[in-house]
Ligand binder design. Structure first.
Ligand SMILES: NC(=O)c1ccc[n+]([C@@H]2O[C@H](COP(=O)([O-])OP(=O)(O)OC[C@H]3O[C@@H](n4cnc5c(N)ncnc54)[C@H](O)[C@@H]3O)[C@@H](O)[C@H]2O)c1
Ligand SMILES: NC(=O)c1ccc[n+]([C@@H]2O[C@H](COP(=O)([O-])OP(=O)(O)OC[C@H]3O[C@@H](n4cnc5c(N)ncnc54)[C@H](O)[C@@H]3O)[C@@H](O)[C@H]2O)c1
Lengths: 207, 207
């Protein structure tokens, strides 16, 4: 098996790789990864060779793939297929966010209702028709739905996600969704964040 | 002055108008607004006439403007000028979010570094060059900065916002920012939201 000492260093490598992935860094040399992890690069290369990972001469390691290998070794491999409904400005930003993939959230499909958007490729995925949502959920096994549609259609699309079997919803639309008891919804409200900043700003100036 | 009974109904009208603005509804008829507020439409029209607001025959009231008039009457008028740095997918989505304007957060300026983006109009605002950030802050009096740039430039742009006098920062870039003690930063991390959903999903299936 893998030496104990190597296993003990894997969580450190994983944390460093996660930070690199978040920052959108695609590859990392063994010297750079070793420096970030606080180990010698020869030791790092030996550790990773135990995982069957050797990097590419002159290029280094693929950050996302290495993160996957390390987390698999640590028994942490999660793979949550995420479906994004509504591929406008917000949906496109979410589709490309590296911070999702590095934590096991794989955007597996994109759907939109606009004929000009359907069929286009966003971050390597072909946008499928909202009309085929149920088929898309079935094919991909999507278990988390992200709602980035305009407000008037959010509840309707939520209902369709739920009847297709999706049990976890991340909602960006400014509506309060109604869902069955066994479905979790988290609503993101960025104006709330601004209000907190404004509140603090007001307190500063009133001192 | 304005009748007591009218003043008592203003907070209800404001709450209804806020919900309409959130949902992206631009205009509302007096009948619709009255129904949502639970009052007769003749009474509503009389109330609003006391604010000098008469609506447009056949169209109704402008939601955002009426909300402003009502909150001004209630002494609640806030105006927080917000500058968005980075007008890609995420920045464009934020620039257009009605939920900000209805709560007194007015996006007053947009800056980007990409020559193809500079000079374009996004939601009615002309995108200005990131190189002129300090001038833009001075001209607009921006006091809240939103960082929607790629990670590698986030700290640099943050430093420039701070030295231009911005004291409140909403950060979307996946980096931890360093700021002086008198500057507030709120960091948005949407992968956190997904992790919470995944955690709940895991607990469901392990029952
Ligand atoms: N919660 C927040 O803090 C926050 C911030 C910004 C935007 N928003 C909200 O996020 C949503 C998206 O914002 P945006 O700026 O990306 O809007 P957008 O108009 O750029 O994108 C919306 C997309 O949804 C698509 N769509 C419409 N009906 C659909 C359907 N039935 N099925 C699938 N797709 C459909 C449209 O074709 C479009 O591509 C809006 O509801 C907006 O209010 C929320
Ligand atoms: N926090 C989260 O949950 C979350 C979710 C999605 C995206 N993001 C992050 O938000 C940021 C924006 O994402 P996006 O999808 O909109 O990216 P994007 O590439 O579409 O947009 C980034 C924009 O920033 C501009 N830019 C680059 N350097 C600049 C500078 N010095 N000054 C001003 N503008 C500059 C680019 O020209 C571009 O228009 C990224 O850092 C991304 O990782 C965070």
């Amino acid at each position: 098996g893998i030496p104990e000492a190597t296993v003990a260093r894997l969580p450190i490598y994983l944390r460093v790789l996660g930070a690199l992935a978040d920052a959108g860094t695609r590859t990392v040399s063994s010297d750079e990864l070793a420096a970030l992890a606080g180990v010698g690069s020869a030791k790092l290369r030996r550790d990773l060779s135990h995982l069957g990972s050797y990097g590419t001469r002159g290029v280094g390691y693929d950050v996302e793939h290495l993160a996957y290998q390390v987390s698999r070794e640590l028994g942490l491999t999660q793979d949550w297929p995420v479906l994004i409904v509504g591929v406008g400005n917000l949906g496109s930003a979410l589709a490309g966010y590296a911070g999702f993939a590095s934590r096991g959230f794989r955007v597996c499909a994109l759907v939109d209702a606009d004929p000009d958007v359907i069929g286009t490729t966003v971050r390597g995925l072909r946008v499928q028709p909202a009309a085929e949502l149920e088929d898309v959920v079935r094919h991909t096994g999507a278990c988390i739905g992200v709602l980035a549609t305009p407000a008037p259609v959010a509840q309707r699309m939520c209902d369709r996600l739920v009847s297709a079997g999706v049990r976890s919803i991340l909602n960006f639309a400014p509506v309060v969704l109604t869902v069955p008891a066994d479905v979790d919804v988290r609503k993101v409200d960025l104006s709330m964040e601004l209000q907190i900043l404004a509140f603090k700003e007001q307190r500063k100036t009133s001192k």
